[in-house]
Design a protein around this ligand. Structure first.
Ligand SMILES: [Zn+2]
Length: 376
């Protein structure tokens, strides 16, 4: 979930919006204004729209607070948090690593739930203290805002208590199973399976409500269920991948024969004589016999074809100093996280300051396919 609009930083975490969020903000605004216009004919247009805008903005702040709660706990437990993105169905906190112990997982899940429950409770409590008779339609604009925010945040907390991954309740369930059994993989399997059951239930419920005449609201539940189903599937697949790579070191997967190119070669010669002939996509560049950098298809494509005969490989390569490296002892899962985080396809493997091989996503994939074929 990549943010299209960056809003800024809060507690060192970048906050952004996915464009689908704008659509929902608009829908929310229109439906809030419509509701209040219907319930309170005496409230002027200006008041209703200002109230709807203010309420939508506060709801948006409450969603960020929910994700920040996850993020703050994650960081306090040593897991770096990259960003928070709000999209059509809520928010996501991008945490760079998975929790390594059940307690961290538990508190990370619970923090979001508690934050939403706290905000919901505070809003409803405040409305009550200001004279709102509980369960009635609020009479003043301020009460209307507080009560709506109270309901929606409580609903958010309740919904997130559903014990299926990737909802917060699923995280908590995973943490508890992990803690009791001591087996993280089994805990993920159970939590994601439950997540699929919950998601499937939501899809059916939404369809039934839609057929029963609930209209858009019913379809909405179906849509959320469908999203959760695919998210649960994705986390299951990711877990399986991590499981099958457990204990595997970079040295077992990397390739040792890396094509070497001389830095003084022109791009034209390189493309014709080396790139097209070998079919490889990544090359090491040597200058005066020493390793100087890395050249991939990406760097070649960035140069205009007309300039290939006059451009040297050394001018466009990624210099050694800028490259991230791994060692043969690095766990493959860790290397894979690095590839994902830096959005690169390969990384040089270095031991005792000497290049010993290359690791790419392709190598990892081929390794997995071979093992799968051999039923290992
Ligand atoms: Zn959450």
């Amino acid at each position: 979930m990549q943010a299209h609009i960056t809003l800024g930083r809060l507690f060192g975490v970048q906050i952004g919006l996915h464009y689908t969020w704008l659509l929902i903000a608009l829908l929310l605004l229109v439906s809030l204004a419509g509701h209040w216009q219907a319930m309170h004919a005496t409230w002027g247009q200006g008041l209703v729209w200002a109230l709807a805008t203010g309420t939508a903005l506060l709801f948006f702040a409450a969603l960020i607070a929910h994700e920040l709660a996850h993020a703050v706990v994650a960081r306090a437990r040593g897991l770096p948090v990259r960003s928070i993105t709000l999209f059509a169905l809520g928010g996501v906190a991008h945490i760079e690593r998975e929790a390594t112990d059940a307690h961290t997982e538990f508190w990370m899940g619970v923090a979001g739930l508690l934050m939403s429950a706290l905000i919901g409770g505070l809003c409803l409590g405040l409305a009550w203290a200001l004279g709102w008779p509980v369960w009635t339609e609020p009479e003043t604009p301020l009460l209307a805002m507080l009560v709506w925010l109270g309901y929606i945040n409580s609903a958010l907390a309740l919904f997130n208590m559903l014990p299926g991954f990737p909802m917060d309740g699923g995280r908590v369930l995973r943490a508890i199973v992990w803690w009791v059994t001591g087996n993280a993989a089994r805990a993920t399997r159970i939590a994601t399976r439950t997540g699929q059951v919950v998601a499937f239930g939501l899809i059916v419920l939404g369809l039934l409500r839609f057929l029963g005449g609930a209209g858009f609201g019913g379809l909405w539940i179906t849509f959320i269920g469908w999203f959760l189903l695919s998210a649960a599937r994705a986390s299951y697949a990711e877990m399986e991948l991590r499981e099958s790579l457990r204990g595997v070191r970079v040295g077992e997967v990397m390739t040792r024969d890396c094509p070497l190119v001389d830095g003084h070669t022109t791009l034209q010669t390189f493309v014709e004589d080396t790139l097209l002939r070998t079919g490889q996509r990544c090359f090491l560049v040597a200058e005066e016999g020493a390793l100087a950098g890395l050249l991939t298809l990406h760097e070649v494509k960035a140069v205009d074809r007309a300039r290939w005969p006059s451009t040297l490989v050394a001018e466009v390569m990624r210099p050694l100093a800028q490259l991230r490296t791994v060692t043969p002892e690095t766990p493959v899962t860790e290397a894979l996280e690095m590839l994902g985080h830096d959005d690169i396809n390969q990384v040089p493997v270095v031991a005792h300051r000497r290049l010993v091989g290359m690791l790419s996503r392709d190598h990892i994939l081929r390794y997995l396919l071979t093992r799968a074929e051999l039923h290992m």
